[in-house]
Ligand binder design. Sequence first.
Ligand SMILES: Cc1cc2nc3c(=O)[nH]c(=O)nc-3n(C[C@H](O)[C@H](O)[C@H](O)COP(=O)(O)OP(=O)(O)OC[C@H]3O[C@@H](n4cnc5c(N)ncnc54)[C@H](O)[C@@H]3O)c2cc1C
Length: 611
Amino acid sequence: MAKRKTVWEDCDILVVGGGMAGTGAAYEARYWGRDMKIICAEKANIDRSGAVAQGLYAINCYMGMQWDENQPEDHVRYARNDLMGLVREDLAFDMARHVDSAVHKFEEWGLPIMRNEESGRYQREGKWQIMIHGESYKPIVAEAARNSADKIYNRIMITHLLMDEGRENRVGGAVGFNCRTGDYHVFRAKAVIVGAGGASHIFKPRSVGEGMGRTWYAPWSSGSAYALPIEVGAKMTQMENRIVLTRFKDGYGPVGAYFLHLKTYTQNTYGEEYESKWYEHTKAMVGEYIDHTPTPTCLRNHAFIEEVKAGRGPIHMVTMEAFQDPHLEEVGWENFLGMTVGQAVVWASQNIDPKYINPELTTSEPYVMGSHATCSGAWVSGPEDISPPEYFWGYNRMLTVDGLFGAGDTVGGTAHKFSSGSFTEGRIAAKAAVKYILDMGNEKIQVSNKQCEDLKEIIYKPLENYTVGRNEITGGTVSPSYLLPIQGLQRLEKIMDEYCGGISVNYMTNGNLLKRCIELLGILQEDLEHIGAEDLHQLMRAWELKHRTITSECVAQHTLFREETRWPGYYYRGDHMKLDDDNWHCLTVSRRDPETGEWTMEKAPLYHIVD
Ligand SMILES: Cc1cc2nc3c(=O)[nH]c(=O)nc-3n(C[C@H](O)[C@H](O)[C@H](O)COP(=O)(O)OP(=O)(O)OC[C@H]3O[C@@H](n4cnc5c(N)ncnc54)[C@H](O)[C@@H]3O)c2cc1C
């Protein structure tokens, strides 16, 4: 272990993850913290990292306040409705009131935003979405971050947060390793902003074997945003609210532009409209929520899932009509070429030309994230001007650990932020982090060499496990002394799939299944002490798996706690098949004790701030 070089860095603000939230944080931190030392540590390379790596075709969250198109209150109502009543309205409002200015920055920095030729306004795809030529969206925001931060460290996987030894419950930085050189990196920081994205591959994906890298959410989103704070005792919220997406089959191509702009629609295998068939059935489960407009995303999934279960699948997207219009046909293809090239390739390989064949849709495996039509993540303080006392403890977007901030997928309770809202939230968190540091005055954080050396030993242990155990290989890659990251990953995915409501059980679970799920995850965690990594890439995979497993445990604990089916179409509690507003019109909050590993769950009040 002594062989590994240690690179030390002392800074004011450390941004973990340079995705949409992280780049926003780096940019804004410099604006308010002119003389501060700002560092960003990113697992990949910020030019093409995170969920926006490949580009996007639309910015999904733009109010249009300059043209009085929407107001922040409207967006809160929209997000609340889509999440079946449950969002942190203070956070949602706060993001919405600032998001337009972030989008204007993107345009200033060179992002081509389409304009409506008649009105001169941004071209709307839907009420909240504007259309962009977004292949270079990520390099554009990355440039702003690079120009702002003192240093961007690419290829560093952050594995643990450091804690201040001078004051209880205060963060002191983070550590990780360079996935290419193997160097050990210690970042001692007064404030840390986590923007490490959501989690894919915690449930078994539909694409397995050679196709397993093809998932809807980015395959490299490994739950670090949740595991890092959970491990130091930060509280999490709404982790049961995993998301299931209706997407084009096998390529996970997005459907937003198709529904909203191309006006395509769905039908069952007999060419019938099916959503209205499930109206009474859904009403019996969720009451008047089914009458809301627009229909919440989960309830649309629910009709899809039921129709397929009834034997009338597959569900098709009717593209053959829209694609007769050459302009719409072009938009349909371009939508994928700037965002999900793989879908176009899948169609080509399966002889599907959407002009002549209506392509199949499917529902995805569940993902955990905080910025889409879902709001899993950390329990954070809101803004001082609108948050009720239970939602406010000093600094906007600070977690329940002092000096630890979050943004984007990291933050829970605030859905429908998407790319622009995540960047905006990064800006909000950074402004608050600067204030936090200024309020600290001359106070220093204390992080001992021992804390750093202990973590160093833990981080590289999988390499040692492999070196020691490899001579015992009994056949192929099987060793009695270690398990490999891919083997552990598949075991995790199987547990979550079968016990926590994945695809193979039609998203169904219940209390007993969840208790068993938690037991099996505990055994897996014991075994992960013996994970083996043959090289630095596999070392990264090992830590990604550990982060995914902790995230999964949190998801299972939350799912067990909420005794209702709040979001049919995302998951079902077979023992509580109805939405229960009398008992569960609240937020769920968890905490894992870092010393004992024990979880405690509580209900947090839900305040409706917007009428
Ligand atoms: C397929 C798809 C389509 C989408 N379509 C749209 C759309 O059309 N319009 C829209 O507005 N939004 C869209 N979104 C949503 C948008 O991409 C996300 O809301 C946004 O990227 C979330 O920002 P984030 O910073 O939280 O996460 P990310 O942007 O994913 O950034 C997370 C970063 O953290 C890094 N990281 C992770 N773990 C570590 C670690 N341990 N150490 C260091 N770094 C780490 C990652 O490499 C990454 O750079 C889409 C998302 C997907 C996946």
